[in-house]
Design a protein around this ligand. Structure first.
Ligand SMILES: [Fe+2]
Ligand SMILES: [Fe+2]
Length: 219
């Protein structure tokens, strides 16, 4: 039987997320937390609901290019060698090339491409600096860094939220956008309960086999 219901952008985004979930469970939970933090920051920085929602989607997809990173790098226990790190650094460009196939996701594909740029121009892939980096990418970079620091990885233990604020405050104006950092710092008291909520939802989604059905239905 052929289903005549039209395929929506939301359906397609869900499929792409599901593929990465299957490949890398850490990225699944990480992307969900980064999406919630990015949305909260975007709400404070820009009032347009549609823009906030697109940043939420971009944050869910920000590491989607890791689909193209080989297992020996993606799943390595321990610190990456310089050559392995160079391979890992291809993921924003791979993510951009996947998502930009859909013209309606062009802005989102650029937030993905630029989420590892640094405001001092020393990031990758294009070495953009300051306001040349789209605001969506700067927001995701702050949320991404905060979540990476507070997550347990095989090569280092998780740090507390307070330690994470210290670590990333030191990156203000060099790696991370000052406006976005100040926004995150202004949310200090709300972050803990929100992330606990997300982690509980992720656990439930995994138990119920709903991995991948994480994008809100606004597209
Ligand atoms: Fe990334
Ligand atoms: Fe990430």
């Amino acid at each position: 039987m052929i289903c005549e219901k039209p395929i929506t952008i939301h359906d397609l985004v869900d499929v792409v997320v599901t593929v990465l979930d299957a490949r890398d469970p850490y990225t699944f939970a990480h992307s969900w937390r980064v999406a919630e933090l990015s949305e909260m920051m975007a709400e404070r920085i820009g009032p347009r609901k549609e823009w906030v929602e697109r940043i939420h989607v971009a944050a869910h997809l920000h590491d989607i290019g890791k689909i193209g990173v080989p297992d020996y790098v993606l799943h390595k226990d321990g610190t990456l060698s310089p050559d392995e790190f160079a391979v890992m650094k291809t993921h924003p460009v791979i993510g951009h090339s996947i998502v930009s196939k859909l013209a309606v996701l062009e802005d989102i594909s650029l937030y993905i491409r630029h989420h590892h740029e640094r405001v001092d121009g020393k990031g990758y892939p294009d070495g953009l600096s300051g306001n040349a980096i789209p605001m969506g990418a700067r927001i995701i970079a702050v949320a991404d860094t905060f979540d990476a620091v507070t997550s347990h990885r095989s090569y280092r233990p998780a740090r507390s939220k307070e330690q994470a604020f210290e670590v990333i405050s030191a990156c203000m104006g060099t790696q991370l956008c000052e406006e976005c950092m100040e926004c995150l710092l202004s949310m200090k008291d709300e972050i803990g309960p929100i992330l606990e909520n997300v982690n509980a939802e992720v656990d439930l989604a995994v138990r119920e086999g709903r991995i991948g059905r994480t994008i809100k239905s606004f597209l």
